[in-house]
Ligand binder design. Structure first.
Ligand code: HEM
Length: 468
């Protein structure tokens, strides 16, 4: 199959399947996720930009900080991939924010950034208190990921709906199960449905199509019930949570309100859960694993917490400037175990160029952030977990290549929530407890298990109350 003129180098394309076989072969050989496969392809083709074809889709992956930055700064790449699979992600005609483009993207992102922050600190502290209470009841043999994921979901639910749900509430269990099952279903259907959408007619069960449609319908019903409740109880000017603020915009009737519909509110709610819950939860899961693997770092964090936050005072994110080492530990966890190693897929809005190579309109562009986080040129010893790399003269050192949340107009809109969540939970947990591995059970290495959002290999933690 002929490639477009001056398309980036990469494996040959076969009719219908494109480069799928070679990619599958590489993935099997190296047993890594997409990020490792694209790193290997870069080495094989001796190029930071590699082009492949999967089904009908042209895909270009970029693996170098300055080229990634050029792409992120370039308006040509502000689009999001639009294939069958990404449409299946939507629950109706509205794009939400993650898949929105153009004017609607600008309006919706601005709205969320302005209205999401209402009561952040209190909601994060409520969830931390809840978590500490649960740990107090059971301190042994804990699957930490399973304990913190619900905390992240509850913070998001609370920002959206104005109230948190109790972990015993069957409604909360339904929401958790729906989100988990949906992530698993999308993982399972993986690239298959986006590359070969016609497979849904032949094997709708086997490729996970029926499962996704079914889960989408349930999630829609769940969130719509809350939106309807907000409509019934709304009064003029109400802005106490994201749903009321949205309905206020909807009912105000200005030139922006066109893009404020129930379908759109439904979809931004789903976007926040999908983009936020697992990424923040899995990163905190890695914080815990790394504290077990590097007990000397854990002890240093605890010594700083004891000194700076004595007498059980509430810790908020505004205190972070007092403890640069703790910030450095969190940065280093994010660098060492970046749970979204391929960032968010982009779409070329027109025929354009990356590093001198031709990139046709509608090509999917994947940004290999993993290559940046593990670059020898940038970090010197990327293979070592070394928070000190982010400290210079006792202060937090900002490294420009550290871009875990992306940059530019499409950068992560949950960045400040994620930073606060990680800071408050890390300090709050380590103030009260020593984290220890279960006796006699070896810990796994801190490697990324691939998925829509990567997570650690299973491990168990034991919490031992500290004598303060
Ligand atoms: C440690 C946690 C997190 C990491 C590492 C992370 C990272 C990222 C990255 C790399 C992107 C893609 C940016 C791009 O396309 O250039 C992104 C987008 C996004 N993130 Fe996050 N994120 C985190 C937490 C969150 C949270 C808590 C939320 C929700 C409140 C969230 C909501 C979003 C949304 C909605 C987008 C799409 C933005 C757009 O298309 O303009 N993220 N995130």
């Amino acid at each position: 199959v002929k490639k477009p003129t001056n398309f980036p180098p990469g494996p040959v394309w076969l009719p219908i399947i494109g480069s799928s076989l070679q990619i599958k072969k590489e993935a099997k050989l190296i047993r890594g996720g997409q990020h490792v496969v694209f790193n290997t392809l870069c080495q094989k083709w001796n190029s930071n930009v590699v082009g492949i074809k999967l089904g009908e889709q042209l895909i270009v992956s970029v693996s170098n900080y300055s080229i990634i930055k050029d792409v992120l700064d370039n308006e040509d790449f502000l689009g999001r991939t639009s294939n069958f699979f990404s449409k299946l992600r939507l629950l109706g005609p509205s794009p939400g924010v993650t898949c929105a483009e153009g004017q609607i993207f600008k309006i919706q992102k601005k709205f969320i950034l302005k209205n999401l922050h209402c009561g952040f600190d209190a909601k994060i502290n409520d969830e931390l208190e809840d978590l500490l209470m649960l740990i107090n009841l059971n301190q042994r043999n804990i699957d930490f990921g399973k304990l913190v994921q619900p905390a992240a979901v509850n913070i998001l639910w609370s920002l959206l709906s104005g109230h948190r749900l109790s972990r015993c509430d069957p409604k909360f269990q339904t929401l958790l199960n729906l989100l988990d099952d949906r992530v698993r279903a999308f993982d399972m259907a993986g690239g298959t449905l986006s590359n070969y959408p016609w497979l849904r007619f032949i094997a709708p069960e086997g490729v996970g199509y029926n499962l996704i449609v079914n889960l989408n319908a349930k999630l829609k019903n769940f969130i719509m019930a809350e939106i309807n409740y907000h409509h019934q109880t709304w009064s003029k000017g109400m802005k106490t949570d994201l749903m009321y603020s949205f309905i206020t915009c909807m009912n105000e009737g200005n030139e922006m309100s066109e893009s404020f519909t129930d379908e759109q509110l439904l979809m931004i709610s789903v976007d926040l859960f999908i983009a936020g819950a697992h990424s923040a939860g899995s990163t905190l899961d890695f914080v815990c694993l790394l504290m077990l693997l590097y007990p000397q770092v854990q002890r240093k964090v605890q010594a700083i917490v004891d000194k700076e936050f004595p007498n059980n005072c509430t810790i908020t994110y505004s205190d972070q400037h007092k403890v640069p080492y703790i910030q450095a530990v969190i940065y280093e966890v994010i660098r060492f175990c970046h749970v979204l190693p391929m960032g968010g897929p982009r779409r070329a809005l027109r025929d354009t160029v990356i590093d001198g190579y031709a990139v046709p309109k509608d090509t999917t562009v994947l940004l290999n952030l993993y290559s940046v986080m593990t670059s020898k040129e940038i970090w010197g010893d990327p293979e070592n977990f070394r928070p000190e790399r982010f400290i210079v003269d006792g202060n937090l050192h900002v490294i420009k290549e550290f871009i875990p949340f992306g940059i530019g107009r499409r950068r992560c809109l949950g960045e400040s929530l994620a930073r606060k969540f990680l800071f408050v939970f890390t300090t709050g947990l380590l103030r009260k407890y020593d984290m220890l591995p279960e006796d006699g059970v070896p810990l796994p290495p801190a490697v990324l298990v691939p998925g829509i959002v990567c997570h650690p290999k299973p491990y168990k933690v034991r919490f031992v109350p500290r004598k303060l």
